[in-house]
Design a binder for this molecule. Structure first.
Ligand SMILES: [Zn+2]
Ligand SMILES: [Zn+2]
Length: 423
């Protein structure tokens, strides 16, 4: 018997890989060790939030952490963006993971011991700054995944890029990083990201096939008039009446001219005119959002909106100024890639029941700039604490259950490992 054990030990020394536990178990072991440190980092970032394109402190935390792990680090991409490159010991595909670092001008109201006390002045008004969209969690998970994978580097075939981007809330941080050449030397063939899901509990993940974010377009319109007495409306154009017609005609246009298969929302969220009941004002001003999916559809909508406004103003004899803009593009989750990774997510979460299929939404997410160039997938990570009923991102009471952090790290690490293995 002793002899057999001896021979087996020699065998393991000669073939060390056979002595190793499966990746999944080792990921868990490493995770147990690093989770307290990750929670500390998350609380530190949470207590010191920074607004879009001002993420100096956060980005240096990210860069220093990645550098300590032995990654190649590039800083200052589009201002505060960071790229960490982890090269496995063997050649293979390049995979990217993205996190966003910016916070919001919201005053935190929960009373956490690590609540943000940061204040800024915007338009002469003092307001707090808060990680009310969970980007502190995204950043922490990125660091956690980098940490775990750096410890498994000897067995990784391929490279992993860690992208920490500025200004997601402004909808263009990702675009700015691409413009600054974040991938000019090394480009991932696929990209992954999380966004916190404020409805799901920790341990649950939401996935959406196809579109999960809309084109965030819109317009600013000024309808002009000479202005006249309210009792003599025939003597000038009434920009309020013309504007009202525009608001309604746009809703009719959406319901009558757009196929039900092309999700479209137009909301005129701001409409200002006039100072007194007996004065027809010299202008009416409105701002609207126009949401849709796909490049083709946004162009069609622009033409239709321009036509509706032009025709209504012309028929009333009103001059106008229209500024129509294209904002963040819609976010398309690559279907094949999603199908490829879902079995991994299911296995790590412990079953199908922990996977929730999401419906397409008309919100914006600037991860779409990466997804437009590289097959990409974003997943919703459940972060809602069990005893909280309504928990909304972008609200001063948004709360994260920190148990979601190691879960996020575990899920993403395994997605990346499985992807690299299958290649
Ligand atoms: Zn947000
Ligand atoms: Zn967000």
């Amino acid at each position: 018997m002793r002899k057999i054990i001896f021979v087996f030990m020699i065998f393991l020394l000669v073939f060390p890989s056979l002595s190793k536990e499966p990746f999944e178990k080792r990921v868990e072991k490493i995770l147990d060790e690093i989770t307290p440190g990750l929670i500390e980092i998350r609380r530190d970032i949470h207590a010191n939030p920074e607004l879009a394109f001002q993420e100096k402190r956060t980005s240096s935390i990210v860069a220093n952490y990645l550098r300590k792990l032995g990654l190649e680090v590039r800083e200052g991409i589009a201002g505060t963006g960071v790229l960490g490159i982890l090269r496995g010991s063997k050649p293979g595909p390049v995979v990217g993971m993205r996190a966003d670092m910016d916070a919001l001008p919201i005053t935190e109201e929960i009373g956490l011991p690590f609540a943000s006390k940061v204040k800024v002045v915007i338009d002469g008004k003092e307001t707090g700054v808060m990680h009310a969209c969970g980007h502190d969690v995204h950043t922490t998970i990125l660091l956690g995944v980098a940490n775990v994978l750096s410890k498994l580097r000897n067995e990784i075939s391929g490279s992993v890029l860690f992208v920490a981007q500025p200004a997601e809330e402004w909808g263009d941080g990702a675009n700015e990083m691409l413009k600054a050449g974040v991938f000019k030397d090394i480009k991932p063939e696929v990209m992954f990201a999380f966004h916190v899901d404020d409805e799901l509990k920790p341990g649950f993940v939401r996935y959406t096939l196809g579109y999960s974010g809309a084109n965030c377009d819109g317009f600013h319109l000024i309808i002009k008039s000479q202005g006249c007495h309210g009792s003599a409306p025939h003597s000038c154009v009434d920009p309020i009446v013309v504007g009202s017609e525009v608001v309604l005609a746009l809703q009719v246009m959406v319901s009558r001219e757009i196929s039900i298969h092309n999700n479209t929302v137009i909301t005129v969220g701001s409409f200002h005119a006039g100072t007194a009941p007996n004065v027809i004002p010299q202008k009416a001003e409105m701002r609207a959002i126009v949401r849709s999916y796909g490049e083709e559809q946004r162009k069609i909508l622009k033409e239709k909106v321009e036509r509706v406004i032009k025709k209504i103003c012309e028929s009333a004899g009103a001059d106008y100024e229209l500024n129509y803009y294209f904002g963040t593009p819609s976010l398309y989750n690559h279907t094949e890639l999603m199908k490829k990774i879902l079995p991994t997510v299911e296995r790590i979460l412990g079953g199908k029941n922990f996977l929730v299929e999401g419906l397409p939404e008309m919100g914006g997410e600037d991860f779409s700039y990466f997804a437009r160039e590289i097959p990409s997938v974003i997943l919703g990570l459940g972060v809602c604490p069990p005893d909280v009923k309504s928990n909304s991102v972008h609200s001063p009471t948004f709360l994260v259950d920190e148990r979601s952090i190691p879960i996020g790290v575990k899920v993403m690490t395994n997605i990346i490992l499985d992807y690299l293995k299958k290649k």
